[in-house]
Design a protein around this ligand. Structure first.
Ligand code: EPU
Length: 348
Protein backbone atom coordinates (compact mmCIF):
# COMPACT_ATOMS: atom_id res chain seq x y z
CA UNK A 1 0.00 0.00 0.00
CA UNK A 2 1.61 3.25 -1.15
CA UNK A 3 1.61 6.11 1.36
CA UNK A 4 2.31 9.85 0.99
CA UNK A 5 2.89 12.24 3.89
CA UNK A 6 1.43 15.76 3.99
CA UNK A 7 -0.10 15.23 0.57
CA UNK A 8 -2.32 17.89 -0.97
CA UNK A 9 -5.88 16.76 -1.74
CA UNK A 10 -6.45 19.50 -4.34
CA UNK A 11 -6.80 16.92 -7.13
CA UNK A 12 -8.96 14.68 -4.95
CA UNK A 13 -11.89 17.00 -4.20
CA UNK A 14 -14.04 18.57 -6.89
CA UNK A 15 -14.11 21.97 -5.14
CA UNK A 16 -10.34 21.97 -5.67
CA UNK A 17 -9.64 23.03 -2.06
CA UNK A 18 -5.95 22.86 -1.24
CA UNK A 19 -5.98 21.02 2.08
CA UNK A 20 -3.46 18.41 3.16
CA UNK A 21 -3.81 14.85 4.38
CA UNK A 22 -1.17 14.09 7.01
CA UNK A 23 -1.03 10.42 5.93
CA UNK A 24 -2.52 9.53 2.55
CA UNK A 25 -2.83 5.79 1.80
CA UNK A 26 -3.67 4.59 -1.72
CA UNK A 27 -6.10 1.67 -1.52
CA UNK A 28 -5.71 -0.23 -4.80
CA UNK A 29 -6.72 -3.77 -3.77
CA UNK A 30 -9.50 -5.08 -1.53
CA UNK A 31 -6.90 -6.46 0.91
CA UNK A 32 -5.62 -2.88 1.45
CA UNK A 33 -8.87 -2.06 3.30
CA UNK A 34 -8.38 -4.33 6.35
CA UNK A 35 -4.67 -3.41 6.39
CA UNK A 36 -5.49 0.32 6.41
CA UNK A 37 -8.06 -0.14 9.21
CA UNK A 38 -5.64 -2.26 11.26
CA UNK A 39 -2.92 0.42 10.99
CA UNK A 40 -5.38 3.11 12.07
CA UNK A 41 -6.64 1.03 15.00
CA UNK A 42 -3.18 0.01 16.19
CA UNK A 43 -1.82 3.56 16.00
CA UNK A 44 -5.10 4.94 17.43
CA UNK A 45 -5.37 7.56 14.73
CA UNK A 46 -8.52 9.06 13.30
CA UNK A 47 -9.21 7.99 9.75
CA UNK A 48 -11.58 8.43 6.81
CA UNK A 49 -11.96 7.16 3.25
CA UNK A 50 -12.34 9.42 0.26
CA UNK A 51 -13.26 8.50 -3.30
CA UNK A 52 -13.51 11.06 -6.11
CA UNK A 53 -14.12 13.79 -3.51
CA UNK A 54 -17.17 14.96 -5.46
CA UNK A 55 -19.49 15.22 -2.46
CA UNK A 56 -17.02 16.56 0.04
CA UNK A 57 -16.22 19.88 1.68
CA UNK A 58 -12.67 19.85 3.03
CA UNK A 59 -12.69 22.58 5.65
CA UNK A 60 -9.15 22.11 7.00
CA UNK A 61 -6.16 19.73 6.89
CA UNK A 62 -6.97 16.11 7.66
CA UNK A 63 -5.12 14.70 10.66
CA UNK A 64 -4.47 10.98 11.02
CA UNK A 65 -5.00 8.62 8.10
CA UNK A 66 -6.88 9.21 4.85
CA UNK A 67 -7.54 6.27 2.53
CA UNK A 68 -7.91 7.10 -1.14
CA UNK A 69 -10.23 4.53 -2.72
CA UNK A 70 -8.69 3.40 -6.01
CA UNK A 71 -9.71 -0.27 -6.33
CA UNK A 72 -10.59 -0.89 -9.99
CA UNK A 73 -12.58 -3.53 -11.87
CA UNK A 74 -16.00 -4.13 -13.39
CA UNK A 75 -17.59 -7.24 -14.90
CA UNK A 76 -20.78 -9.04 -15.67
CA UNK A 77 -21.10 -11.13 -12.53
CA UNK A 78 -24.15 -13.17 -13.47
CA UNK A 79 -26.81 -13.33 -16.13
CA UNK A 80 -30.25 -14.88 -15.75
CA UNK A 81 -33.07 -15.15 -18.30
CA UNK A 82 -34.36 -11.79 -17.10
CA UNK A 83 -31.47 -9.84 -15.51
CA UNK A 84 -27.86 -8.74 -15.85
CA UNK A 85 -25.92 -8.46 -12.59
CA UNK A 86 -22.92 -6.15 -12.92
CA UNK A 87 -20.21 -5.92 -10.27
CA UNK A 88 -18.06 -2.79 -9.99
CA UNK A 89 -15.24 -2.03 -7.57
CA UNK A 90 -15.38 1.06 -5.35
CA UNK A 91 -12.62 3.05 -7.09
CA UNK A 92 -14.22 2.97 -10.55
CA UNK A 93 -15.65 6.19 -11.99
CA UNK A 94 -19.44 6.12 -11.75
CA UNK A 95 -20.01 7.77 -15.12
CA UNK A 96 -17.55 5.46 -16.89
CA UNK A 97 -19.42 2.50 -15.40
CA UNK A 98 -22.73 3.86 -16.76
CA UNK A 99 -21.17 4.36 -20.22
CA UNK A 100 -19.51 0.89 -20.19
CA UNK A 101 -22.79 -0.83 -19.19
CA UNK A 102 -24.55 0.90 -22.06
CA UNK A 103 -21.87 -0.26 -24.55
CA UNK A 104 -22.17 -3.83 -23.27
CA UNK A 105 -25.96 -3.73 -23.68
CA UNK A 106 -26.75 -3.66 -19.93
CA UNK A 107 -29.24 -0.81 -19.92
CA UNK A 108 -30.91 0.76 -16.90
CA UNK A 109 -28.35 3.24 -15.52
CA UNK A 110 -28.62 5.94 -18.20
CA UNK A 111 -30.67 8.36 -16.06
CA UNK A 112 -27.67 8.49 -13.73
CA UNK A 113 -25.19 9.49 -16.46
CA UNK A 114 -22.53 12.13 -15.77
CA UNK A 115 -22.87 12.10 -11.98
CA UNK A 116 -19.32 12.84 -10.78
CA UNK A 117 -17.63 10.58 -8.27
CA UNK A 118 -16.74 6.97 -7.69
CA UNK A 119 -18.75 3.76 -7.46
CA UNK A 120 -17.95 3.41 -3.75
CA UNK A 121 -19.37 6.85 -3.00
CA UNK A 122 -22.62 6.18 -4.86
CA UNK A 123 -24.35 4.24 -2.05
CA UNK A 124 -23.22 6.69 0.66
CA UNK A 125 -25.57 9.46 -0.47
CA UNK A 126 -27.79 7.16 -2.59
CA UNK A 127 -27.07 9.15 -5.75
CA UNK A 128 -30.14 10.11 -7.71
CA UNK A 129 -31.10 12.16 -10.74
CA UNK A 130 -33.75 12.40 -13.44
CA UNK A 131 -36.18 9.97 -11.82
CA UNK A 132 -33.75 7.25 -10.73
CA UNK A 133 -31.90 6.53 -7.48
CA UNK A 134 -29.10 4.04 -6.92
CA UNK A 135 -31.41 2.22 -4.45
CA UNK A 136 -33.62 1.17 -7.39
CA UNK A 137 -30.81 -0.63 -9.23
CA UNK A 138 -28.54 -1.88 -6.43
CA UNK A 139 -28.70 -5.60 -5.69
CA UNK A 140 -26.13 -5.79 -2.89
CA UNK A 141 -22.69 -4.56 -1.89
CA UNK A 142 -19.55 -5.86 -0.23
CA UNK A 143 -18.20 -3.79 2.65
CA UNK A 144 -15.61 -4.12 5.39
CA UNK A 145 -17.11 -3.77 8.87
CA UNK A 146 -14.53 -1.84 10.88
CA UNK A 147 -16.20 -2.61 14.21
CA UNK A 148 -16.28 -6.38 13.76
CA UNK A 149 -13.19 -6.45 11.52
CA UNK A 150 -14.89 -8.66 8.98
CA UNK A 151 -16.30 -8.52 5.44
CA UNK A 152 -20.08 -8.26 5.11
CA UNK A 153 -22.51 -8.43 2.18
CA UNK A 154 -25.44 -6.06 2.53
CA UNK A 155 -28.63 -6.36 0.51
CA UNK A 156 -30.34 -3.23 -0.82
CA UNK A 157 -32.79 -3.24 2.14
CA UNK A 158 -29.99 -3.52 4.67
CA UNK A 159 -28.46 -0.29 3.30
CA UNK A 160 -31.45 1.74 4.66
CA UNK A 161 -31.60 3.97 1.62
CA UNK A 162 -33.73 7.10 1.49
CA UNK A 163 -33.46 10.45 -0.31
CA UNK A 164 -29.70 11.23 -0.44
CA UNK A 165 -29.22 9.11 2.68
CA UNK A 166 -28.13 5.61 3.75
CA UNK A 167 -26.80 3.53 6.62
CA UNK A 168 -23.29 4.63 5.55
CA UNK A 169 -24.12 8.30 6.04
CA UNK A 170 -25.99 7.60 9.30
CA UNK A 171 -23.10 5.58 10.77
CA UNK A 172 -19.98 7.17 9.29
CA UNK A 173 -16.78 5.11 9.39
CA UNK A 174 -18.47 1.84 10.30
CA UNK A 175 -18.49 0.26 6.86
CA UNK A 176 -16.07 0.68 3.94
CA UNK A 177 -17.62 -0.21 0.59
CA UNK A 178 -15.32 -2.35 -1.61
CA UNK A 179 -17.71 -3.23 -4.46
CA UNK A 180 -21.33 -3.02 -5.51
CA UNK A 181 -23.56 -5.33 -7.57
CA UNK A 182 -26.21 -3.81 -9.78
CA UNK A 183 -29.40 -5.58 -10.80
CA UNK A 184 -30.39 -4.53 -14.32
CA UNK A 185 -33.57 -6.04 -15.82
CA UNK A 186 -33.17 -7.12 -19.47
CA UNK A 187 -36.65 -5.87 -20.27
CA UNK A 188 -35.93 -2.16 -20.61
CA UNK A 189 -38.52 0.59 -20.45
CA UNK A 190 -37.46 4.24 -20.64
CA UNK A 191 -37.69 5.98 -17.26
CA UNK A 192 -39.36 9.28 -18.15
CA UNK A 193 -40.77 10.00 -14.69
CA UNK A 194 -38.85 13.30 -14.48
CA UNK A 195 -40.93 15.99 -16.23
CA UNK A 196 -37.97 17.49 -18.11
CA UNK A 197 -37.14 14.12 -19.71
CA UNK A 198 -40.77 13.32 -20.44
CA UNK A 199 -41.14 16.63 -22.27
CA UNK A 200 -37.91 16.09 -24.20
CA UNK A 201 -39.25 12.81 -25.63
CA UNK A 202 -42.90 13.83 -25.99
CA UNK A 203 -42.80 13.50 -29.79
CA UNK A 204 -40.51 10.50 -30.08
CA UNK A 205 -41.34 6.79 -30.19
CA UNK A 206 -38.75 3.97 -30.19
CA UNK A 207 -36.65 5.64 -27.50
CA UNK A 208 -33.34 3.85 -26.87
CA UNK A 209 -31.18 3.76 -23.71
CA UNK A 210 -28.56 5.76 -25.63
CA UNK A 211 -31.14 8.48 -26.38
CA UNK A 212 -31.81 8.84 -22.64
CA UNK A 213 -28.08 8.75 -21.84
CA UNK A 214 -27.33 11.52 -24.31
CA UNK A 215 -30.27 13.66 -23.23
CA UNK A 216 -29.38 13.37 -19.53
CA UNK A 217 -25.76 14.32 -20.36
CA UNK A 218 -27.00 17.33 -22.36
CA UNK A 219 -29.34 18.52 -19.56
CA UNK A 220 -26.64 18.15 -16.92
CA UNK A 221 -24.06 19.96 -19.09
CA UNK A 222 -26.51 22.84 -19.63
CA UNK A 223 -27.20 23.38 -15.90
CA UNK A 224 -24.36 21.99 -13.85
CA UNK A 225 -20.77 23.24 -13.90
CA UNK A 226 -18.05 20.80 -14.97
CA UNK A 227 -15.90 20.33 -11.84
CA UNK A 228 -12.78 20.18 -14.05
CA UNK A 229 -13.48 23.79 -15.06
CA UNK A 230 -15.18 25.23 -11.99
CA UNK A 231 -14.99 23.68 -8.53
CA UNK A 232 -18.31 22.37 -7.17
CA UNK A 233 -19.98 19.37 -5.53
CA UNK A 234 -23.29 19.34 -7.39
CA UNK A 235 -26.33 20.22 -5.30
CA UNK A 236 -25.16 21.75 -2.04
CA UNK A 237 -28.44 21.46 -0.10
CA UNK A 238 -31.17 18.84 0.12
CA UNK A 239 -34.51 19.73 -1.37
CA UNK A 240 -36.41 20.23 1.93
CA UNK A 241 -39.50 18.11 2.59
CA UNK A 242 -42.40 19.86 4.39
CA UNK A 243 -45.84 18.72 5.52
CA UNK A 244 -49.00 19.67 3.69
CA UNK A 245 -50.00 22.45 6.10
CA UNK A 246 -46.66 24.25 5.73
CA UNK A 247 -46.81 23.75 1.97
CA UNK A 248 -50.33 25.23 1.73
CA UNK A 249 -49.30 28.32 3.73
CA UNK A 250 -46.21 28.84 1.58
CA UNK A 251 -48.17 28.30 -1.62
CA UNK A 252 -50.69 30.97 -0.67
CA UNK A 253 -47.91 33.46 0.07
CA UNK A 254 -45.77 32.42 -2.92
CA UNK A 255 -48.06 31.13 -5.71
CA UNK A 256 -45.07 30.30 -7.96
CA UNK A 257 -43.51 28.00 -5.34
CA UNK A 258 -41.91 24.96 -7.06
CA UNK A 259 -42.73 21.75 -5.18
CA UNK A 260 -43.35 18.07 -5.91
CA UNK A 261 -45.65 15.83 -3.89
CA UNK A 262 -43.95 12.98 -2.08
CA UNK A 263 -45.32 10.38 0.34
CA UNK A 264 -43.03 9.47 3.20
CA UNK A 265 -44.28 6.37 4.99
CA UNK A 266 -44.58 6.51 8.75
CA UNK A 267 -45.18 3.64 11.14
CA UNK A 268 -47.93 4.37 13.70
CA UNK A 269 -49.22 1.69 16.10
CA UNK A 270 -48.20 -1.01 13.67
CA UNK A 271 -50.33 0.46 10.90
CA UNK A 272 -48.67 2.07 7.97
CA UNK A 273 -49.92 5.53 7.11
CA UNK A 274 -49.03 7.64 4.17
CA UNK A 275 -49.15 11.34 4.83
CA UNK A 276 -48.83 13.75 1.92
CA UNK A 277 -45.66 15.81 2.02
CA UNK A 278 -44.01 18.18 -0.43
CA UNK A 279 -40.44 18.37 -1.64
CA UNK A 280 -39.56 22.02 -2.24
CA UNK A 281 -37.06 22.97 -4.97
CA UNK A 282 -34.26 24.45 -2.84
CA UNK A 283 -32.77 25.98 -6.00
CA UNK A 284 -35.97 27.96 -6.49
CA UNK A 285 -36.00 29.15 -2.83
CA UNK A 286 -32.37 30.36 -3.11
CA UNK A 287 -33.04 31.92 -6.50
CA UNK A 288 -36.03 33.85 -5.06
CA UNK A 289 -33.76 35.33 -2.40
CA UNK A 290 -31.86 36.94 -5.29
CA UNK A 291 -28.78 34.82 -4.66
CA UNK A 292 -28.21 33.23 -8.06
CA UNK A 293 -24.72 34.29 -9.14
CA UNK A 294 -24.07 35.84 -5.68
CA UNK A 295 -20.40 35.89 -4.65
CA UNK A 296 -18.50 36.07 -1.36
CA UNK A 297 -14.85 36.47 -2.33
CA UNK A 298 -13.70 33.42 -4.28
CA UNK A 299 -16.81 31.32 -3.62
CA UNK A 300 -20.34 31.82 -4.84
CA UNK A 301 -23.70 30.54 -6.05
CA UNK A 302 -23.59 29.15 -9.60
CA UNK A 303 -25.24 31.53 -12.05
CA UNK A 304 -27.27 28.82 -13.87
CA UNK A 305 -28.39 26.68 -10.88
CA UNK A 306 -28.80 28.27 -7.47
CA UNK A 307 -28.53 24.92 -5.67
CA UNK A 308 -24.90 24.59 -6.70
CA UNK A 309 -22.13 26.42 -4.84
CA UNK A 310 -18.85 26.99 -6.64
CA UNK A 311 -15.21 27.77 -5.99
CA UNK A 312 -14.21 30.38 -8.55
CA UNK A 313 -10.55 29.63 -7.75
CA UNK A 314 -8.48 30.01 -4.61
CA UNK A 315 -11.46 29.69 -2.23
CA UNK A 316 -11.42 27.62 0.95
CA UNK A 317 -13.84 25.20 2.60
CA UNK A 318 -14.31 27.65 5.49
CA UNK A 319 -15.32 30.43 3.08
CA UNK A 320 -17.75 28.06 1.41
CA UNK A 321 -19.36 27.10 4.73
CA UNK A 322 -19.71 30.80 5.55
CA UNK A 323 -21.49 31.32 2.23
CA UNK A 324 -23.73 28.31 2.96
CA UNK A 325 -24.71 29.88 6.32
CA UNK A 326 -25.61 33.17 4.59
CA UNK A 327 -27.87 31.26 2.18
CA UNK A 328 -29.48 29.21 4.96
CA UNK A 329 -30.21 32.40 6.93
CA UNK A 330 -31.72 34.20 3.93
CA UNK A 331 -33.97 31.25 3.00
CA UNK A 332 -35.02 30.81 6.64
CA UNK A 333 -35.86 34.53 6.88
CA UNK A 334 -37.90 34.69 3.68
CA UNK A 335 -39.62 31.28 3.68
CA UNK A 336 -39.21 29.93 7.25
CA UNK A 337 -37.64 26.80 5.73
CA UNK A 338 -34.38 25.23 6.95
CA UNK A 339 -31.91 24.08 4.31
CA UNK A 340 -29.61 21.21 5.22
CA UNK A 341 -26.18 20.75 3.67
CA UNK A 342 -25.90 17.71 1.41
CA UNK A 343 -22.15 16.99 1.01
CA UNK A 344 -20.06 15.47 3.79
CA UNK A 345 -18.03 18.09 5.68
CA UNK A 346 -14.59 17.02 6.92
CA UNK A 347 -12.79 18.80 9.75
CA UNK A 348 -15.05 21.79 10.17
N1 EPU B 1 -35.04 26.14 -9.87
C1 EPU B 1 -35.06 27.53 -9.94
N2 EPU B 1 -33.88 28.21 -9.87
C2 EPU B 1 -32.70 27.56 -9.76
C3 EPU B 1 -32.67 26.15 -9.72
C4 EPU B 1 -33.86 25.46 -9.75
O1 EPU B 1 -36.11 28.14 -10.04
O2 EPU B 1 -31.67 28.23 -9.71
C5 EPU B 1 -36.31 25.41 -9.92
C6 EPU B 1 -36.76 25.17 -11.34
O3 EPU B 1 -38.12 25.45 -11.41
C7 EPU B 1 -36.52 23.71 -11.57
C8 EPU B 1 -36.66 23.13 -10.17
O4 EPU B 1 -36.17 24.15 -9.30
O5 EPU B 1 -37.46 23.19 -12.46
C9 EPU B 1 -35.84 21.87 -9.95
O6 EPU B 1 -34.54 22.07 -10.47
P1 EPU B 1 -33.74 20.86 -11.16
O7 EPU B 1 -34.58 20.10 -12.10
O8 EPU B 1 -32.45 21.40 -11.67
O9 EPU B 1 -33.46 19.88 -9.97
P2 EPU B 1 -33.00 20.16 -8.48
O10 EPU B 1 -34.11 19.85 -7.56
O11 EPU B 1 -32.36 21.49 -8.37
C10 EPU B 1 -32.24 17.69 -8.08
C11 EPU B 1 -31.05 16.99 -7.51
C12 EPU B 1 -29.92 16.97 -8.53
C13 EPU B 1 -30.41 16.22 -9.76
C14 EPU B 1 -31.67 16.92 -10.31
C15 EPU B 1 -32.31 16.14 -11.42
C16 EPU B 1 -31.10 17.29 -5.09
C17 EPU B 1 -30.52 17.98 -3.91
N3 EPU B 1 -30.62 17.64 -6.28
O12 EPU B 1 -31.86 19.04 -8.31
O13 EPU B 1 -28.85 16.26 -7.99
O14 EPU B 1 -29.42 16.17 -10.77
O15 EPU B 1 -32.67 17.04 -9.26
O16 EPU B 1 -32.88 14.96 -10.92
O17 EPU B 1 -31.96 16.43 -4.94
C18 EPU B 1 -26.76 16.43 -6.82
O18 EPU B 1 -27.29 15.78 -5.90
O19 EPU B 1 -25.57 16.82 -6.75
C19 EPU B 1 -27.56 16.78 -7.99
C20 EPU B 1 -27.09 17.56 -8.96
Amino acid sequence: MKIDLNATLREHNTFGFDVKAHILSYLTESSDIPEFVKQAQESQQEWRIIGGGSNLVLASDLKGMTGLMQILGRRLLKETATHHYVEAMAGESWHELVAWCLEQGYAGLENLALIPGTVGAAPIQNIGAYGLELAQVLDSLLAYDTQKNTWVTLTRDECHFSYRDSLFKQEPNRLIVASITLDLPKKWVPNLSYAELKNAFANQSNITPRDIFERVCAIRRSKLPDPKLIGNAGSFFHNPVVNDSIYQKLKSRFPDLVAYSTYPTTQTNQTTQTIPHWKLAAGWLIDQCGLKGYRQGSVGVYEKQALVLVNHGGGTGKELLHLAKTIQDRVQEKFGVALTIEPVILNQ
